[in-house]
Design a binder for this molecule. Structure first.
Ligand SMILES: *[C@@H]1O[C@H](CO)[C@@H](O)[C@H](O)[C@H]1NC(C)=O
Ligand SMILES: *[C@@H]1O[C@H](CO)[C@@H](O)[C@H](O)[C@H]1NC(C)=O
Ligand SMILES: *[C@@H]1O[C@H](CO)[C@@H](O)[C@H](O)[C@H]1NC(C)=O
Ligand SMILES: *[C@@H]1O[C@H](CO)[C@@H](O)[C@H](O)[C@H]1NC(C)=O
Ligand SMILES: *[C@@H]1O[C@H](CO)[C@@H](O)[C@H](O)[C@H]1NC(C)=O
Length: 393
């Protein structure tokens, strides 16, 4: 009798107690969580073993260029940007055998820093910070074909150092699956792209205030619904988080701002407000807690701030700063939630810990002492800690 890779794993699980040695040999297939990471030059997978309070690196492969962002379509399709060139790569990631094989590479816009799928994972949106454009890829049937490039052509923000050109930073698929909201750090705007009829047309653009805030990453709210009521976006330059009420209109999406607050919380300002640069934002699947990473704070380590989501009777939603914990290192460009939403995986490009698993406790509060860690030194010299982290299994 022949087992498929998945069947084999399931069969092993069913008889695991009778097969201790086999179980150990196949330990990587049994880990609670497998966490994908990338830094300049490498793609990694670490198994997260919370019972033994550790991470174990089970895959380390050289990548082409800088895979500072990746997107994974189960069971085996992995897409990676090369932030330093125009290329996007498609790899086959065999999680049973721990192998990574390059299947295709194509040039699009220069300097893509984020990838987002449409709902059925037939299209992929690349936000090209470097080129001020948004690429649409056809990824059907294992293909990788650039079908459209949309120019972000809004007027530039006032910060000459950071806003000398348009810089699309991230595309977010709205919960209805129809629209993408693209945060452009260079033009202080959110572009709205309509995917209806496979058109991928820019149907609107919202100016984000204050001028010079540099919108970077955002989340739609509520998650898991059919329609968004709010959009929450982090401004990298001014270290603010903005809450917008969202409405579906005949023209697309409309945004009206209802709240502006510091990503640090009023009581914990950065030691160096000049360098401070907010990074990532995530919301829990139950829509009750929002986390934001704060970088280049000038403090001993950088941090992840926690906000409670407050729902008023009139239907508006607001954020309330709750607490902040160390990210475990410096430059937490990205962090993400475990698929069971019980843990935050904090990735630091620099500092002591390259990766830290932080427990999400009662009321969404993060526990500062990590459950498990990987030292930054595992990833190489200073500033080579992971730029990207995502649980994929
Ligand atoms: C991957 O592993 C499965 C069983 O776990 C095996 O049947 C298959 O041949 C392996 N594939 C490769 C390419 O080694
Ligand atoms: C992208 O274009 C450059 C310059 O033409 C070329 O050298 C490179 O091979 C291309 N990359 C891919 C992935 O096609
Ligand atoms: C960016 O894209 C435009 C087309 O929109 C192209 O003409 C230009 O050369 C690109 N610039 C860079 C830096 O890649
Ligand atoms: C960072 O440093 C500033 C200034 O020293 C201080 O006020 C703030 O509380 C520190 N932040 C944290 C999270 O400790
Ligand atoms: C903040 O960082 C900048 C750039 O590194 C530095 O010039 C400045 O002295 C720092 N300010 C404080 C208050 O540490």
């Amino acid at each position: 009798m022949k087992f498929s890779a998945i069947g084999f794993t399931a069969a092993l699980a069913a008889t695991a107690s009778a097969l201790p040695s086999m179980r150990r040999a196949n330990n990587y297939a049994k880990a609670t969580a497998r966490v994908l990471m990338g830094n300049n030059g490498h793609i990694y997978i670490a198994d997260y073993l919370p019972e033994s309070k550790k991470f174990e690196v089970t895959l380390k492969e050289e990548s082409i260029g800088d895979p500072s962002w990746m997107a994974f379509a189960p069971p085996n399709r992995l897409y990676a940007v090369d932030e330093f060139s125009s290329a996007i790569y498609y790899y086959e990631l065999d999680l049973d055998n721990n192998t990574l094989e390059k299947k295709a590479g194509q040039n699009g816009s220069v300097g893509v820093v984020h990838l987002e799928f449409n709902k059925d994972k037939t299209r992929m949106i690349g936000s090209a910070y470097g080129n001020g454009t948004v690429d649409v890829w056809n990824i059907e049937n294992g293909g990788l074909e650039l079908v459209k490039t949309i120019k972000s052509d809004g007027s530039l923000g006032p910060n000459e150092a950071r806003q000398a050109a348009p810089h699309p930073h991230q595309a977010n698929l709205d919960p209805s699956g129809r629209y993408f909201a693209v945060n452009d750090l260079g033009t202080d705007s959110i572009l709205v792209i309509d995917s209806k009829g496979d058109d991928y047309k820019k149907v609107g653009s919202v100016k984000v205030e204050p001028a010079g805030c540099g919108p970077r990453h955002g989340v739609f709210y509520p998650q898991g619904s059919d329609a968004a009521t709010h959009y929450i976006v982090v401004c990298e330059i001014t270290n603010q988080v903005l809450v917008y009420q969202v409405k579906y209109t005949t023209e697309g999406l409309s945004f009206s701002k209802t709240q502006t607050l510091s990503t640090y919380g009023d009581a914990f300002p950065p030691a160096n407000a000049t360098t401070a640069a907010a990074g990532e934002i995530q919301i829990t699947p139950n829509n009750q807690d929002v986390y934001i990473s704060n970088r280049l704070s000038g403090n001993e380590t950088d941090s992840i701030a926690h906000f409670k989501v407050k729902k008023a009777k009139c239907g508006t939603t607001s954020l309330e700063f709750a607490d902040t914990v160390s990210s475990g290192g410096l430059l937490p460009r990205m962090f993400s939630l475990s698929t069971d939403a019980e843990t935050v995986f904090s990735a630091n490009q620099d500092g002591e810990l390259g990766l830290a698993a932080l427990d999400i406790g009662a009321n969404g509060k993060l526990t500062e002492t990590p459950i498990a860690t990987l030292a930054a030194s595992i990833f190489g010299e200073a500033q080579f800690g992971p730029q990207f982290v995502l649980q994929i299994v």
